[in-house]
Ligand binder design. Structure first.
Ligand code: CA
Length: 217
């Protein structure tokens, strides 16, 4: 029996798997980016009626940068109020993007010694058909301690997506923030993770089956 005829199909399959995974990753890497704060607020605002001491305080190239070259610096003198802090532009395009998103995320870093015990975040979608809707029911599941950093993630449910898909109203994405004291935070990489399309799901399933077959050889 020829040795190469035994091993080459497996080798070829491994290469094909690798190429397919690279293609899938590169195809989805930049999808869903809502804000990167590249030396610009990019239309986002601070709600100073609910967090009166807070304002954009420039942009950093060194702290909290997780996408591109800059993060946004946000500074306040009092503890954040568990009310609105960071507010997106309002648009019907955002409604369409939210209708196909599985997750909302934002990267947050806080300066050492800032915000007492830390900051707590909730993501809210405001749309006339959906209503003013906290994605964690105002339980503030996003937590970043003082001098720490992290990616905060919330799920958008299929039921919420269905309402947004049928909506012709504009939407706003709002981050409500609470915390123990004032200070400086850095935010970057506000992102919507799209629901995988059926074709992508089918490809991932095929890849998983192929990988299992390889493992069993
Ligand atoms: Ca950025």
């Amino acid at each position: 029996m020829n040795v190469s005829s035994c091993h080459s199909p497996s080798h070829a399959l491994r290469i094909a798997l690798g190429l397919a995974l690279v293609g899938f990753a590169s195809g989805t890497a930049s999808a869903g980016l809502l804000a990167s704060f590249e030396n610009d607020a990019e239309g986002w605002t601070i709600n100073t009626s609910e967090n009166a001491t807070y304002a954009f305080n420039g942009f950093s190239t060194t702290d909290g940068v997780t996408e591109g070259t800059y993060s946004a610096i946000i500074t306040g003198g009092a503890a954040p109020s568990y009310g609105q802090l960071l507010v997106s532009p309002d648009s019907t395009a955002l409604t369409a993007e939210l209708a196909t998103a599985a997750e909302v995320s934002i990267d947050v870093a806080t300066a050492p010694g800032a915000f007492g015990f830390g900051t707590q975040w909730s993501a809210v979608i405001n749309n006339a058909d959906l209503g003013y809707t906290s994605l964690d029911g105002y339980t503030y599941t996003g937590a970043v301690g003082p001098g720490a950093s992290g990616q905060l993630v919330w799920n958008i449910t299929p039921a919420q997506r269905a309402v947004l898909a049928a909506s012709s109203e504009s939407s706003t994405l709002i981050f409500q923030v609470g915390g123990g004291d004032g200070g400086t935070m850095y935010v970057d990489n506000v992102r919507l993770t799209p629901v995988p399309e059926p074709s992508s799901l089918a490809m991932l399933t095929a890849l998983a089956v192929a990988a299992l077959r390889l493992r069993r050889r």
